[in-house]
Design a binder for this molecule. Structure first.
Ligand code: FMN
Length: 186
């Protein structure tokens, strides 16, 4: 797939088939992620690959409960409110077959580095016909001591990007973009 094609056609995918993603494919995505630039070439990123559905269910439940505690529902978007308030069966990972959590050590530009690795990973997945979505909804709970323990993450790491990966079920329509603010200085 051409690079611009992958960039133009990447979508946040939220519905997946039951097909598991082979281990070597997941490791290939990690490899693509590590080709991202990092400040001072620090490469502080760390990857946790989770395929255990019982654990993903547990993280989903804990993330929703945590978000309910820390979110100001009055000012939250209507979708978030719906997911948190109703006796909703909303699954934060949309029952994806795998999650790759990108974490980092604290340091200058460490979060930026992890985010660049995440975009590389999502584009590489798109290039192979896989769907991904960054799940910020799970991030806050994963940052807690309990969350880190659940995913066997060393307490020194900061979880940055939980990314679901799977084979897309159906097409995901593009989300329209605003015209960017561009200011020229010639
Ligand atoms: C930092 C970050 C957090 C996100 N968190 C979630 C999330 O928790 N759940 C979700 O369904 N989508 C999440 N998204 C996906 C965005 O909603 C999506 O990127 C945006 O609507 C644009 O759609 P597109 O990615 O298909 O172009 C997140 C994206 C980013 C970059």
């Amino acid at each position: 797939m051409e690079l611009m094609d992958a960039i133009r056609h990447r979508r946040s995918v939220r519905a997946f088939t039951d097909a598991p993603v082979p281990k070597e494919v997941l490791l290939g995505l990690v490899d693509a992620a590590t080709l991202a630039p990092s400040a001072n070439n620090a490469e502080h990123w760390h990857f946790t690959i989770i395929q255990n559905q019982a654990l993903l269910d547990r993280i989903s439940d804990a993330s929703k409960a945590h978000m309910l505690k820390v979110t100001d529902l009055a000012s939250a978007g209507s979708r978030v409110r719906e997911h948190l308030t109703a006796a909703s069966d909303f699954h934060v990972f949309y029952h994806a077959p795998a999650v790759i959590l990108i974490s980092t050590l604290s340091g200058d530009f460490a979060i930026e580095d992890a985010a660049l690795a995440a975009e590389n990973l999502m584009l590489a997945a798109r290039g192979q016909g896989l769907g991904t979505c960054w799940i910020g909804f799970a991030q806050k709970w994963l940052e807690t001591a309990e969350g880190k323990q659940a995913v066997e993450l060393d307490p020194h790491y900061i979880p940055v990007a939980p990314i679901i990966v799977g084979t897309p079920k159906g097409e995901t329509p593009p989300v329209p973009r605003k015209t960017p603010a561009v200011h020229w200085i010639d």
